[in-house]
Design a protein around this ligand. Sequence first.
Ligand SMILES: *Cc1c(COP(=O)(O)O)cnc(C)c1O
Length: 380
Amino acid sequence: MINFNIPPFVGKEQEYIRQAIVENNKICGDGPFTKKCNQWLMDKTGTRKALLTTSCTHALEMAAILCDIKEGDEVIAPSYTFVSTVNAFVLRGAKIVFVDIRPDTMNIDENLIESAITEKTKVIIPVHYAGVSCEMDKIMEIANKYNLYVVEDAAQGVMATYKGKQLGTIGNLGTYSFHETKNYSMGEGGALLIRDKEFVERAEIIREKGTDRSKFFRGQVDKYSWVDLGSSFLPSEINAAYLYAQLEEAEKINNNRLASWELYYNGLSGLKDKGLIELPVIPKECVHNAHMFYIKLKDLEERTELINYLKERGIASVFHYVPLHSAKAGLEFGRFHGEDRYTTKESERLLRLPLYYGLKDIDVEKVISSIKEYFKVKEK
Ligand SMILES: *Cc1c(COP(=O)(O)O)cnc(C)c1O
C-alpha cells in the first residue's frame, strides 16, 4: 500500500521530547523549545515576530482579532481553500466575499479582487495553494490603495518564496500550519508571523489568554493581569520539541520532497504532452516547497475512475477542497463575487498523489506507471 501521507519523522524528535520532560522540566507552553522554534522561524523568514500556535486555524483566529474584525465587515478570500481560512473571520462576525481562482495555480485571481471591494472590506486573504505563491505584488498594491489588511494563509507555504521573500512575511500577518499533513509537523500546531510592529504586543496578549504574561516573564511589568480579549493559543513544549527536530532538518526535508515532486513531474510529462492530463504550473517568481503534487484530469468522472483504478493497485490518491461557497455554511456566511468560472470546475478535476518525506522513488515510479497504464487501457 502506498499511503497518501505519512507524518514526517526525522529521528531526533523523541530525544527532544525527553529533554523537555526530564531535563527542562517544562511541558507547558513557551519553554525552551517553543523559543527555539520561534527564533528559527524569525531567522529563516526574516519576519519581525513569529509565535508558535496550537494550529494554523488558531493563528488565523488571532489574525482576525488583530485586524479588529467586527460584525458586518467583509473579507475577500478564495472559495477553493480549507474552512479555517474563512471560519476564523466568520467567528468575529465577518461576511466572506469569495473570488474566483486562476486555473494555472489554483490561487485567488488577483485581477478579480479589486471589483469585489466595498466600503465594508477590511482584509484580503491570499491562500498559497500547494506552496505556490499568489501574485503578491498585485495583491499588496490593491491592499495599499484601499487601505486593507493582507493576511496570508501560508499553511502550505513554509520554505517557499515569492520574488525571494518567504511566504507569510509579505502581508501584514501570515500563518503557517504544522499539522501532520504539512511539510513540517508537530502533530497539531502552527505559527503566526507578524510583519507590523503595531501587532506584536497585542498578539502576545491574545495568545496568552488576554493577559500580559509575556511582559511579566520578561520583567517588564511586576504582575500580570487581564488586559484584552484572548484565548489559549500556545502549544505544549512536547509538540514544540517534536517540531524543532524537523526545523533543524528543514533543508533535508525540503530537498527530499522536491526530488519526489520532480520525479512525478518528469515521469508524467509525456501524458501532459499528449494532452491527457495537466501538471502544476510554477510561475517564474515563485519557488515552491513541494507541499503537494497534483494532476488535473478531464473531469470529475475521469478523476473518480482514476482514484478507484489506483486504489485497486494499492495507491491512495485524494481529491481536495469542495468549494466553500457552495457548502452549507458558505451559503450562510459568504457570497461569491462575480462568476465561478474556474473554482468548481478545476476543483473537480484535481487529484493529489502520494507525497511525503521519505517517499521512496520506487513508489513514485509505481504511481507514475499506474497512471500511464490507466490511460493506455482507456485508449483501447
Ligand atoms: C492545513 C491548512 C489550514 C489549517 O491548518 P491547521 O494547522 O490544521 O489548523 C488552513 N489553511 C490551509 C490552506 C491549510 O492547508
